[in-house]
Ligand binder design. Structure first.
Ligand SMILES: [Zn+2]
Ligand SMILES: [Zn+2]
Ligand SMILES: [Zn+2]
Length: 398
């Protein structure tokens, strides 16, 4: 007779504890975390990256682990500790609107030592490529949440752009292919010399525009830093004039969609500057909304940048962070009415009228051809999460 130890894989006959079956499923039946897979309890189809959350929500009684603060169920001890470290997923249940600033500084803001630990490793990568033979590094910039000043403890992302003159002209048909060669070269160089750069540097792999790195941290209660190292042609140069920007945007207007994609790394600096110059209260609002996304939103295609821009759009002087948070959630729950753009870097450019007719519209202040609201593939999931959060006692004073 077969001995049953609790759960059976939905795709083969593997038997084990819930955790063992979940781990088995990820290892054997799924190649990417965005692949669909089936739940070993109800056979329901879910994205692999959402499986643990699905089990917690739909089959709490099967979960062996509970959060000691809020009793939320978990598949694994590690998940629960992560949840506690991030400030407990049901953070709004333990936080009053008057305490929200205290909550942010205690649970979400990072300390200077954590940020400098990462900057230090990034500086070493910079120096390494400056001295690298056969490679011309013209300029190196740090973007992402650390550069913008919106990093939260549980998640930091850094985009570094290495501007090089080794690439062909941006409108050359060979640009994408050469970019791939160069990225491959950068990846190999880093792998070769990783340990001489920093003991806590890991090379994770490569995408079509970046080499992915991870900087491990020694700081307790903080996650590792994920670094995207991008390569690009310096289209704008340091401190570009409005005239220079206009020339670049006009050139982009004549390009194909995919060629335009190649220009986006050169615009990262403008994105960073735009978020960085916002007042401290807006950055706190951004941290809170990012925390909300990390803990309450299932949809992986909703990235940080559209939310950062939505926070900036929503914020009014003298608004409390709690009020602004509510306003952001209300906007998300009525996403079709989101309509915002800024003229800091551009006014009218090619196809501008057509772009402005889109809904929802969150037009990248650094790129007039980039409606960042388009990146979200499942707004219904976002609406559902926003509406659910608005039901929390936190908002009941209204
Ligand atoms: Zn199986
Ligand atoms: Zn299920
Ligand atoms: Zn909890």
């Amino acid at each position: 007779m077969e001995i049953m130890t609790g759960h059976t894989c939905d795709s083969c006959s593997f038997n084990g504890t819930l955790l063992e079956v979940v781990q088995h499923n990820r290892k054997v039946h799924v190649s990417d975390k965005t692949d669909a897979t089936s739940c070993c309890i109800c056979s329901g189809r879910v994205l692999s990256c959402n499986l643990r959350r699905h089990i917690r929500n739909c089959h709490p009684d099967d979960c062996a682990v509970r959060c000691y603060i809020c009793s939320e169920p978990f598949v694994e001890d590690k998940d629960m500790r992560n949840h506690v470290r991030c400030g407990c997923l049901n953070f709004l249940d333990h936080c009053r609107p008057d305490d929200v600033n205290k909550y942010i500084s205690k649970h979400l803001q990072t300390d200077a030592a954590y940020r400098s630990e990462c900057s230090d490793v990034v500086d070493r990568v910079d120096t390494f490529f400056e001295d690298c033979e056969g490679f011309t590094l013209d300029r190196f910039i740090q973007g992402g949440s650390i550069g913008k000043g919106t990093v939260i403890k549980s998640k930091s992302d850094i985009d570094c752009v290495m501007f090089t003159s080794n690439l062909p002209s941006i409108d050359s048909p060979d640009y994408s292919r050469q970019l791939q060669f160069s990225l491959e070269w950068v990846e190999d160089k880093l792998k070769e010399s990783r340990l001489s750069i920093a003991y806590n540097l890991e090379v994770l792999g490569r995408t079509s525009h970046a080499v992915k790195l991870r900087v491990k941290t020694k700081k307790k209660g903080h996650e590792s830093h994920d670094v995207d190292l991008l390569l690009a042609t310096d289209l704008l140069g340091e401190c570009p004039t409005q005239d220079k920007k206009k020339k670049v945007y006009t050139m982009m207007g004549r390009m194909s969609r995919s060629a335009r994609e190649n220009c986006s790394a050169a615009l990262v600096e403008l994105q960073v500057a735009f978020v960085k110059k916002q007042p401290a209260e807006v950055k706190n609002l951004i941290r809170l909304v990012k925390m909300w996304k990390a803990s309450c939103v299932w949809e992986p295609s909703l990235t940080s940048y559209p939310l950062e821009l939505l926070c900036i759009h929503t914020w009014r002087p003298h608004m409390s962070v709690a009020d602004a948070f509510e306003a952001v959630l209300r906007k998300l729950s009525d996403y079709r009415s989101i309509y915002t753009y800024w003229s800091d870097n551009y006014t009218a450019v090619i196809d501008h009228e057509e772009m402005l007719s889109k809904r929802p519209l969150i037009l990248d202040p650094a790129n007039p051809y980039n409606n960042v609201a388009d990146r979200c593939r499942d707004w219904d999931a976002v609406v559902e999460a926003a509406e659910e959060t608005l039901q929390k006692p936190f908002f009941s004073r209204y």
